[in-house]
Design a protein around this ligand. Structure first.
Ligand code: FES
Ligand code: FES
Length: 166
């Protein structure tokens, strides 16, 4: 049942391999709760689902944390950029591709792009230009690093093929 305004609920979910049990205003944005837990890759900018900087992965689906109320996290598994590479904060091949291609300037948008790339490569092993445009269209880079980001996505796709063949 949807909560009333001001309602506080207990929520339990897995966050990057750790179990989180907490009480929170049920309608609080997940981005606010996650940042209060020290997950600073989740960055709220527009707050209305337009820019992609707050993207998280909930049960395998990339969503905007600014539009996800906390009560929706109950019973889910949440992955952020910090947890993508493993429980000890190891770099994921997508992180490595973004570093190798210098696919950022200020890097404020980067965690969102990384998670969008992860969603893309989970669905499409060898993305073409149109796939990249589709999956990354909800993400804004105010520094205009789009060409390098595109190269990073292609590099990550190639790295994945190599690791699949290993
Ligand atoms: S802050 Fe969530 S989409 Fe912009
Ligand atoms: S690198 Fe600065 S907003 Fe994208």
């Amino acid at each position: 049942m949807n909560p009333c305004p001001q309602e506080v609920r207990a929520v339990k979910f897995v966050l990057n391999s750790d179990v989180v049990v907490t009480e929170s205003p049920a309608l609080l944005a997940a981005s606010e709760l996650l940042r209060s837990l020290g997950v600073f890759s989740v960055r709220e900018t527009c707050g209305v689902g337009v820019c992609g900087t707050c993207t998280i992965n909930v049960d395998g689906v990339a969503v905007s944390a600014c539009l996800t109320p906390v009560f929706r996290l109950d019973g889910t598994s949440v992955v952020t950029s910090e947890g993508l590479g493993g429980p000890k904060g190891e770099l994921h091949p997508i992180h490595e591709a973004f570093l190798a291609e210098q696919a950022f300037q200020c890097s404020f948008c980067t965690p969102g792009f990384v998670l969008a790339t992860h969603a893309l490569l989970s669905d499409v092993a060898s993305p073409n230009e149109s796939d990249i445009e589709d999956y990354l269209s909800g993400h804004i880079c105010r520094c205009g690093s789009y060409a390098n980001i595109r190269n990073a996505v292609l590099r990550a796709s190639r790295l994945r093929h190599l690791s699949d063949q290993a």
